[in-house]
Design a protein around this ligand. Structure first.
Ligand SMILES: NC(=O)c1ccc[n+]([C@@H]2O[C@H](COP(=O)([O-])OP(=O)(O)OC[C@H]3O[C@@H](n4cnc5c(N)ncnc54)[C@H](O)[C@@H]3O)[C@@H](O)[C@H]2O)c1
Ligand SMILES: [Zn+2]
Ligand SMILES: [Zn+2]
Length: 365
């Protein structure tokens, strides 16, 4: 069938709306009619080829839509079901089997390879293969064939236009706090970067009853929103000495920290903001080969730990419905981060995100 998709033909260039051919869903796949898709910073860095998904490609990995057809053997969902889409994982390796699908041994190939596991792509243009199955979905397309492991069924009452970004950015931030750090009530946390991921983390820190929540960014507007969403302190890293300030606020260093900027110096500073036995998580992405410094002399006696985390250590089929539930109860108001764009304006959504105008763009089909 035909599908209109936003295609990344060339590195660092705008996506081009193109009519493509979509093959039939394979056994274990469903065809999803997309209703909305979030735009994540990771889409931009793959368009720019920090990660080597072969171009041309259809990106997009925060899809939300309605099941339009099911492949052979699919019983978990049926035509008409409402679904959110999340990252791909094989479901069978040792890490998937032990509840750690973000560390699936096939993660890189399945999410960034641009092909199904059998090497085929579901999309083509005038006979030329176009990379599909980006994060199992390539959601910047009216229709997509998606493996069942990437599909999370949600109630039909759930607003897909708002919930779309749960599948990556929002679950990454929230999961980094609730799953990876699991802070105790009354603890302190410093969150570096008040973007979509950082602010989702901040909302999760509120849920976890952290009583000192420090948001760090370089944009005052983002820090103002952080304050509204529950930050007890905000620091503009371009104006103050963040290490000194956090040491002062927490009386000797934060219990927990989260790095969402991907900036090496921020990573280094974050390690110096932790208290004894502090725990930090890194989710910010950087180009391959990016290095940062550790002050081994100062840090060793602190006994800190730093964990690199994929997708908030979440099991989407379990965690995404929990976040939907929290949202519906008014306890996780991440819709404050979302701004909608018509699908046709997808490049504006990317530009507004890069310019810091929009926190979490969602394109509507
Ligand atoms: N690990 C994962 O599984 C995973 C999943 C999703 C996204 N990501 C990555 O997470 C990162 C954050 O995504 P996002 O959508 O929130 O991006 P974003 O661009 O909205 O947020 C980053 C924030 O960092 C701030 N920042 C930049 N430099 C800073 C500095 N020196 N000090 C303090 N703040 C600074 C920016 O102003 C911005 O608000 C991206 O790198 C993205 O690729 C990782
Ligand atoms: Zn696996
Ligand atoms: Zn993402």
């Amino acid at each position: 069938m035909k599908t209109t998709a936003a295609v990344a033909f060339e590195k660092e260039q705008p996506l081009v709306m193109t009519e493509l051919d979509l093959d039939e869903p394979r056994p274990g796949e469903v065809r999803v009619k997309m209703v909305a898709s979030g735009v994540c910073h990771t889409d931009a860095i793959v368009r720019d080829q920090w990660y080597p998904t072969p171009l041309p490609a259809v990106l997009g990995h925060e899809g939300a839509g309605i099941v339009d057809a099911v492949g052979e053997g699919v019983t978990k969902v049926a035509v008409g079901d409402h679904v959110l889409l999340s990252f791909a994982h094989c479901g069978e390796c040792a890490n998937c089997s032990s509840g750690k699908p973000g560390y699936c041994v096939n993660f890189f190939g399945d999410n960034f390879g641009g092909r199904r596991a059998d090497g085929s792509s579901s999309l083509s243009h005038e006979g030329t293969q176009i990379s599909s199955h980006f994060f199992g979905q390539s959601s910047f397309s009216q229709y997509a064939n998606v493996p069942l492991n990437s599909v999370v069924k949600v109630p039909k009452s759930a607003p897909l236009e708002i919930l779309a970004p749960l599948g990556c950015g929002i679950q990454t931030g929230a999961g980094a706090v609730l799953n990876s750090l699991a802070p105790e009530a009354g603890s302190s946390i410093a969150i570096f970067g008040a973007g979509a991921v950082g602010l989702s983390a901040l909302l999760a820190a509120v849920i976890a009853n952290c009583t000192t929540i420090i948001a760090v960014d370089v944009h005052d507007s983002r820090l103002a929103l952080a304050k509204e969403l529950g930050a007890t302190h905000t620091l503009n890293a371009s104006k103050v000495n963040v290490i000194e300030e956090i040491q002062k606020i927490t009386g000797g260093g934060a219990n927990y920290a989260l790095e969402t900027t991907g900036v090496p110096q921020v990573f280094t500073d974050m390690t110096m903001c932790l208290g004894v036995k502090g725990h930090a998580v890194v989710v910010g992405a950087a180009a391959m080969g990016t290095n940062a410094n550790f002050d081994i002399g100062s840090l060793l006696p602190m006994g800190i730990s730093v964990t690199f985390v994929v997708e908030g250590d979440s099991v989407p089929s379990k965690f995404v419905p929990q976040l939907v539930d929290l949202y519906e109860r008014g306890l996780f108001p991440f819709d404050r981060l979302v701004k909608s764009y018509p699908f046709a304006d997808i490049n504006k959504a990317f530009d507004d995100s890069a310019a810091g105008i929009t926190l979490k763009p969602v394109v509507i089909f």
